[in-house]
Design a protein around this ligand. Sequence first.
Ligand SMILES: CC(C)(COP(=O)(O)OP(=O)(O)OC[C@H]1O[C@@H](n2cnc3c(N)ncnc32)[C@H](O)[C@@H]1OP(=O)(O)O)[C@@H](O)C(=O)NCCC(=O)NCCS
Length: 169
Amino acid sequence: MKVLETDRLNLRWLSPDDGEFMLELLNDPSWLEFIGDRGVRTVEGAREYILNGPVEMYKRLGFGLFLTERKADGVPVGICGLIKRDSLEDVDIGYAFLPQFWGNGYAYESATATLAHGRTVLGFDRIVAITSSNNQKSARLLEKLGLKFEKMIRFSDDAEELRLYGSDK
Ligand SMILES: CC(C)(COP(=O)(O)OP(=O)(O)OC[C@H]1O[C@@H](n2cnc3c(N)ncnc32)[C@H](O)[C@@H]1OP(=O)(O)O)[C@@H](O)C(=O)NCCC(=O)NCCS
């Protein structure tokens, strides 16, 4: 299902048919470094990840991480969307793009549309984001989007310290 359209991109629900793309994204060195190793090594595993993660969230909450496709040729370039985690009070924005598509403003374009959708359609007054402290590209994007650094947080005593950004309506 298509959720959002921007000048150059369509954002739509992920489906198990996106397994190959998701397998590549989940094992990209940038995902492993800045998001974490989900231990998914096969297309079948990626299909299960899509079903148990994003698809489960669409069904339960009506939103989640969406596939971002280039309109011109239908090529999947990344994912972007809103996530509700048990560990955070507020909904957070998440995104990841394959490196060959960085540097085109695709993340900015899809995140801008995602934030607007979160605020106006889904009605969230506050949307946050979390990043590793050394993820400079992500920090730059969040600042361009108008989110402000608030504080460092940890999900558990032995977990990595993360930067929390926030944006009120
Ligand atoms: C974080 C991430 C999404 C940023 O991607 P990105 O392509 O750098 O981000 P943007 O869409 O904002 O693009 C900005 C770049 O595109 C350039 N650009 C080109 N055309 C543009 C356009 N039409 N509009 C805006 N920027 C444009 C900008 O000048 C900028 O270039 P620079 O990096 O050389 O300064 C990407 O690095 C990524 O996927 N990382 C791995 C996953 C990850 O860390 N996720 C976040 C976890 S918190």
